[in-house]
Design a protein around this ligand. Structure first.
Ligand SMILES: [Zn+2]
Length: 112
């Protein structure tokens, strides 16, 4: 346990050092930033991670749009293209996928 704590202490120290150098970098000109491709690459990576997180929806949001998704599917429209975030979540979340399939079969049954 003590060893683990020591390691995370070192990591934390490293992270703080990175933060400090970033703060200093902000004060520098943009031209100087170009001289550090690693830094800009890191920024891009971070931006990519943030974007991915923003695009993802949770189970609640998925569920809110699920009836619309089912409606579009039954209307013969490309629901997965119109509601890409719902489709994306259904691909990743088994619970919601089962919910979708259940809802779909219920509505299909009602329409018969
Ligand atoms: Zn879900």
């Amino acid at each position: 346990m003590k060893r683990l704590f020591n390691i995370s202490g070192i990591v934390l120290k490293d992270m703080l050092t990175v933060k400090d150098s970033r703060r200093k970098k902000k004060q520098n000109s943009k031209e100087k930033e170009k001289m550090h491709p690693d830094q800009s690459m890191l920024k891009k990576m971070v931006a990519g991670i943030v974007t991915t997180t923003d695009d993802e929806i949770g189970c609640d949001e998925c569920f809110e749009q699920l009836d619309r998704f089912v409606e579009l599917t039954l209307a013969g429209k490309n629901a997965s293209e119109m509601l890409t975030l719902v489709q994306d979540h259904l691909n990743r979340c088994r619970d919601c996928r089962e919910e979708f399939e259940a809802l779909l079969s219920i509505v299909e049954h009602m329409n018969q």
